[in-house]
Ligand binder design. Structure first.
Ligand SMILES: Cc1cc2nc3c(=O)[nH]c(=O)nc-3n(C[C@H](O)[C@H](O)[C@H](O)COP(=O)(O)OP(=O)(O)OC[C@H]3O[C@@H](n4cnc5c(N)ncnc54)[C@H](O)[C@@H]3O)c2cc1C
Length: 411
């Protein structure tokens, strides 16, 4: 039995069960993918789907054991930078058609999603909703009265405008990582759990493979999807990806007697996000994180005081939370870049070494599309489904961090 991100037991599929015993370390592969979180697994799936060649996925622990398995897994289209919206839209289609594409039922739950911004940011909200609509998102501006009709339990007195996405919801990071990986293995990929890449093998400015704690593995292409563990791996390459680790905390509550599952929400006013969790539980997450933090050694549970404080803030929006019973807390580590956007693309100075990390709190919902665009970049030389060139890994060194036209203060 495996567990979902909320700790709920989930029956193993036959191929999931076989996945626990990992394959033997081969000597060579055509592609090495480091990390079996939602990103590494998605990349392996999309490469395998195109019959790209021999794919080896390595994880120092096991699939979903990083941020993916602890993710709150909200799925929404609301972003201020157009390529992020496009990545979210492509991913939503994959979540919605999981069985056809990945071959198993999936865990996407459509609840609807509401974005509430600070009262002074309504103009930015309008502009962003217009941009998202132009890109094909199903999103509407709603006023305080419409929001109250939609969610009668919410306290909305100070809300001027909100954005509502009826098709959005949430998923499960463990399920997505394991489903993608299982399908990639069905299509021929090799998976090595408990296998840590310790350094890159580089000759004449070109990647040749990786050194692991079980020996060398040679391949002409290496893709690094190692989340918060990424920076130290690059020490010997001359390129320093500016990724910092940040602790985030989440509370899981049992619904108060009259609480009903409602829309998921990101709420700048209370600096929290929340969503239902199955039919009888509720999840509340905090905007604020703590740095620095060691991704190999961080508190596994939030303190009572921190949990109370997070719930108290969310209860300003949803007063019924005050009488909900706290079941447990979840902690996890974000891999944060200076502009809170990922580093995607070839690593400067090392041919055929690709980076795919630094997703902060946004990676889950775009992971299906990230695997697709990374596979296009690697196999075709260019990502065509969505242009990902603005995310290139060298943008900070070149003085080009991403800045959207209508960013929120806490984007
Ligand atoms: C508490 C929390 C809440 C979140 N909520 C949301 C949300 O609501 N919506 C959303 O879209 N996103 C959310 N996120 C963000 C999202 O979960 C992450 O962006 C995403 O899971 C990152 O996936 P990843 O595959 O890049 O990294 P990870 O899941 O961290 O995977 C990296 C993998 O690499 C392996 N690894 C590391 N180093 C090595 C090495 N040297 N050799 C081999 N393997 C290695 C690790 O063991 C790990 O399995 C949240 C994250 C957290 C922590």
């Amino acid at each position: 039995m495996s567990t979902g991100s909320d700790g709920r037991p989930r029956p193993s599929t036959p191929s999931e069960a076989s996945q626990r015993s990992s394959d033997r370390l081969p000597k060579t592969a055509d592609f090495i993918v480091l990390g079996a979180g939602v990103m590494g697994a998605s990349i392996a799936f999309h490469l395998a789907r195109r019959n790209a060649g021999r794919i080896a996925v390595l994880d120092k622990d096991h699939a979903g054991s990083g941020g993916s398995g602890r993710s709150s897994a909200l799925v929404r289209m609301h972003y201020s930078f157009p390529p992020e919206v496009q990545l979210a839209l492509v991913s939503l289609k994959i979540f919605q058609h999981w069985r056809d594409i990945v071959g198993v039922p999936g865990e996407f739950r459509k609840t609807g999603f509401v974005r509430i911004v600070h009262p002074g940011e309504s103009e930015a909200l309008k502009q962003n909703v217009a941009m998202q609509t132009n890109l094909g998102a199903n999103v509407h501006l709603i006023d305080r009265h419409q929001l109250k009709q939609l969610e009668p339990d919410w306290q909305v007195d100070e809300v001027d405008l909100a954005a509502y996405e009826p098709d959005s919801g949430y998923g499960d990071g463990n399920v997505v990582a394991n489903d993608f990986l299982t399908r990639a293995r069905d299509l021929g990929a090799t998976y090595l759990s408990k296998t840590c890449a310790t350094s890159f093998l580089i000759e004449a400015g070109r990647i040749r493979g990786v050194q692991t704690d079980h020996g060398e593995l040679h391949a002409p292409v290496v893709i690094v999807a190692t989340g918060p563990w990424t920076r130290p791996l690059f020490l010997s390459t001359g390129f320093d990806p500016p990724i910092e680790s940040e602790l985030h905390q989440v509370a899981i509550l049992k619904n108060a007697p009259t609480m009903k599952p409602g829309a998921a929400c990101i709420d700048s006013v209370t600096a929290t996000y929340f969503r239902s969790d199955a039919s009888d539980k509720f999840l509340v997450g905090d905007f604020y994180g703590k740095r620095p933090i060691d991704p190999d050694n961080f508190p596994q549970r939030p303190s009572e005081t921190d949990l109370e404080e997070i719930i108290e803030r969310a209860a300003r929006r949803l007063p019924k939370l005050e009488s909900a019973q706290v079941m447990r807390g979840v902690t996890g580590v974000y891999d944060v870049t200076p502009d809170l956007r990922p580093l995607l693309g070839q690593v400067p100075g090392v041919e055929a070494l690709y980076l795919c990390a630094g997703f902060s709190g946004m990676g889950f919902k775009i992971s299906p599309a990230i695997g697709l665009v990374m596979s296009e970049l690697i196999l075709d030389g260019k990502a065509t489904t969505v242009d990902i060139t603005p995310f290139h890994p060298e943008r900070f060194q070149q003085g080009h961090p991403i800045k959207a036209d209508y960013e929120y203060k806490d984007d």
